[in-house]
Design a protein around this ligand. Sequence first.
Ligand code: FPP
Length: 234
Amino acid sequence: MDGNGRWARRRGLSRHEGHRRGKDSVRAVVEAARELGIPYLTLFAFTTENWQRPTTEVSFLMSLLHRYLLTETKRLMKRDVRVVAVGDVERLPPRVRDALRQTIETTKSNRSMTLAMALSYGGRQDIVSAARKIARAAAAGEIDPETIDEHMIAASLDTGDIPDPDLWIRTSGEIRISNCFLFQLAYTELYFTETLWPDFRERELLTALAAYQARERRYGAIADPADQRLRAQN
Ligand code: FPP
């Protein structure tokens, strides 16, 4: 969700205003994804690196997040959306952490969509902590190092309970991953758009999904001739 600051600057507004508008896009995209029947949606709301921003901006983002959790839980319940968090949530201010725990607890039985919020998340940090977990288990004799495979690593990541993404969207014209999911993106389709996050709404989501549908996913193999015939017909 990139480009809140630029969206605001182009309009002579404060960065805070950009983030405020970005929060409206969050609601729009979450609800559109739910309507479309997308089973998992992850939002990169705050990365490990975002802590380096000026204190006033970090505090503002934390209060937006706090407000989002307090006000949106009811809407998420109505839509049967389950919220989970990935990242070092212990670093969040106590009131945000408490609100997050409350939302996770309240929505835990919802099944129509899982909304994963990446908060204080870093892809490298996630891999490091998974490596520590596995190393501890090996040192304690609970696992044989020879049995470590990609499934065990995937399961030890913060995202252990959610599938790898099919599609990854980055807004605002930046063409990089920026320490987002690293292990998990191995075969994900990447989609980059110039649209700034506050302007990214249902229509832009549909455009991204249409681009995804036109991709051919081969996972390193060669195309299935039956698939190619179908594609040619459509
Ligand atoms: C990146 O834009 C955006 C963020 C670091 C924060 C994302 C936050 C929101 C979308 C609003 C609140 C979120 C929730 C989940 C309620 P940027 O500030 O880096 O933009 P710039 O690159 O144009 O300066």
